[in-house]
Design a protein around this ligand. Structure first.
Ligand code: 9D3
Length: 239
């Protein structure tokens, strides 16, 4: 997969690509990420990327010409997804990460100021994505959130097949509590079942803990899930 990121702050993006799973996915050629400075696509002496909004008001708008020039230079095929990160976009989630991970070319446009000229959106943008209902100062951190979430679900990116298996097993549920040594700390014991060595019982306990936590903290997640008869019975008995 190829991902091109268009931004006026490449220095915010670059270090994040050079660590962890993203570094490894790139080293193994599962992923190529290119970061493009929007200012490199300006033609005036001051490398102007923004201008005042027609109609007035506070804040600046990213001009259409540099964005059109940048995207043209990337020569996207008709199948490329051109994703604009914006607070007005579709809320990002794991399903979208998985769907995007099947694409061959993504172009991410990071907004700043008050946004981008509407004509870029009309002519070029195929998808608009938000990462949640809070105000950030630009699309750079959202773009990195997408690259990270997409990068780790690329086939073979985890390296650890079991992690992917576990993720898919508990798909849509919150994680269960985890413990490591020592078995007693500040008077708090690790649950006996985790020390029991009965792997089937441990797996069931972990799954029930996930169900319980999800019901308590994110009940709306359970509504859209297909639960087994055992899961439904457990939830009914542990209300
Ligand atoms: C005046 C209305 N504001 C929208 C709530 C303007 C505005 C605020 C912040 C326009 C852009 C931004 C910068 N944020 C993003 O570019 C952004 C973002 C976000 O702030 N939260 C969650 N997801 C995203 S994706 C891009």
């Amino acid at each position: 997969m190829r991902i091109d990121i268009i931004t006026i702050f490449p220095e915010v993006i670059l270090p994040v690509l050079q660590a962890g799973i993203l570094k490894r996915a790139q080293a193994r050629d599962l992923l190529t990420v290119n970061v493009h400075n929007l200012r490199d696509f300006t033609t005036d002496r001051h490398q102007t990327v923004d201008d005042y909004p027609y109609g007035g008001g506070a804040g600046m708008i990213l001009k259409p010409e540099p964005l059109f020039a940048a995207i043209k230079k990337l020569e996207p095929e008709s199948t490329a997804r051109i994703i604009y990160l914006t607070p007005q976009g579709t809320p990002f989630n794991q399903s979208l990460a998985e769907a995007f991970s099947l694409e061959s070319h993504l172009i991410l446009i990071c907004g700043r100021y008050k946004g981008i000229d509407e004509r870029v959106r009309m002519k070029l943008v195929t998808d608009e994505i938000s990462i949640g209902d809070y105000v950030l100062s630009g699309g750079e951190i959202p773009a990195l959130a997408l690259v990270d979430a997409i990068g780790r679900v690329l086939p073979r990116a985890l390296g650890n097949y079991e992690s992917a298996q576990e993720d898919s097993f508990s798909q849509g549920l919150l994680d269960c509590p985890h413990y490591t040594r020592p078995a007693e700390f500040e008077g708090m014991q690790v649950p006996d079942i985790l020390l029991s060595g009965h792997h089937d019982n441990i797996t069931r306990w972990q799954h029930e803990q996930s169900l319980k936590r999800t019901a308590e903290r994110r009940p709306e997640l359970l509504k859209n899930m297909e639960l087994s008869a055992e899961d439904v019975a457990y939830l009914k008995n542990n209300k």
